[in-house]
Design a protein around this ligand. Structure first.
Ligand code: 5GP
Length: 197
C-alpha cells in the first residue's frame, strides 16, 4: 500500500497557521491532524485531546524520556511536542497527516522524514504580523515582543523548506496548499503504478 503523506505547515507565530490548517482540514476531511502535546495553559474554547493534549511539565518530560515524541521544542517558555505513534500508524495505513508546528520542530521532523511535504507560511509583512498577534488579544506585552523577535529569525529559516506560501488571505493560502498537495500526490511512484508493461 502507498504510504500516506506527511504534511508539515510551519512559520512564525501569528502567521495564521491555525486558521489556514483549519480551512484545509475542513476542505479535506481525509487528512488527519496531528494533535500536539503542550505544557501551556488552554486558551478559552480550547479542549484537551482536540486542540492539544494539555499536560503538566512532569508528564511532558515523561513522554520525552519514553521516546514518545517525534520532536519537541520549547516555544515561548512552554514545551510543545508531536506524539510519534499516531503518525507512524496513519502513514502506514496510507493516510495523510498534517502537522502544524514551529520552525525548530519542523527542521527536526525533516531529519526523520526527509520526504515530507514541508510548507513555510509567510505573513504579508512583519507589521501585519504584529497586528495579527495584537488583535488576537491573548498575549501579554512581553509575550508579544518575544514572538515578534522570534518571527524575524524564523523567517530566515524559511529557505530550508520545499515550499513557501504567502498567507495574504486564508482562501488564497489554502488554495496554494491544495495545489501543492495535488502535485505531491502526482509525484512519480512507479512502485505503486497501476499498469502493466
Ligand atoms: P500556540 O501557543 O500559539 O498554540 O503555539 C505556539 C507555537 O508552537 C506555534 O508556532 C505552534 O505552531 C507551535 N507548536 C504547536 N505544536 C507544536 C509541536 O508539537 N511541536 C513544535 N515544535 N511546535 C509546536
Amino acid at each position: 500500500m502507498k504510504q500516506g503523506c506527511l504534511i508539515v505547515v510551519s512559520g512564525p507565530s501569528g502567521t495564521g497557521k491555525g486558521t489556514v490548517c483549519a480551512a484545509l482540514l475542513s476542505a479535506h476531511p481525509e487528512i488527519a491532524y496531528s494533535i500536539s502535546a503542550t505544557t501551556r495553559a488552554p486558551r478559552a474554547g480550547e479542549r484537551d485531546g482536540v486542540n492539544y493534549y494539555f499536560r503538566t511539565k512532569a508528564a511532558f518530560e515523561r513522554m520525552i524520556a519514553e521516546g514518545a515524541l517525534l520532536e519537541w521544542a520549547e516555544v515561548y517558555g512552554n514545551y510543545y511536542g508531536t506524539p510519534l505513534p499516531p503518525i507512524q500508524e496513519k502513514l502506514a495505513a496510507g493516510q495523510d497527516i498534517l502537522l502544524e508546528i514551529d520552525t525548530q520542530g519542523a527542521l527536526k521532523v525533516q531529519e526523520r522524514f526527509p520526504d515530507g511535504v514541508f510548507i513555510f507560511l509567510l505573513p504579508p509583512s512583519l507589521e501585519e504580523l504584529r497586528r495579527r498577534i495584537t488583535g488576537r488579544g491573548t498575549e501579554s506585552e512581553e509575550s508579544l515582543a518575544r514572538r515578534l523577535a522570534a518571527a524575524r529569525d524564523e523567517i530566515l529559516l524559511g529557505k530550508r523548506y520545499r515550499y513557501a506560501v504567502l498567507n495574504d488571505t486564508v482562501e488564497a493560502a489554502t488554495d496554494r496548499i491544495q495545489t501543492i498537495l495535488a502535485a505531491e500526490r502526482l509525484r512519480a511512484d512507479m512502485d505503486s503504478a497501476q499498469f502493466e508493461l
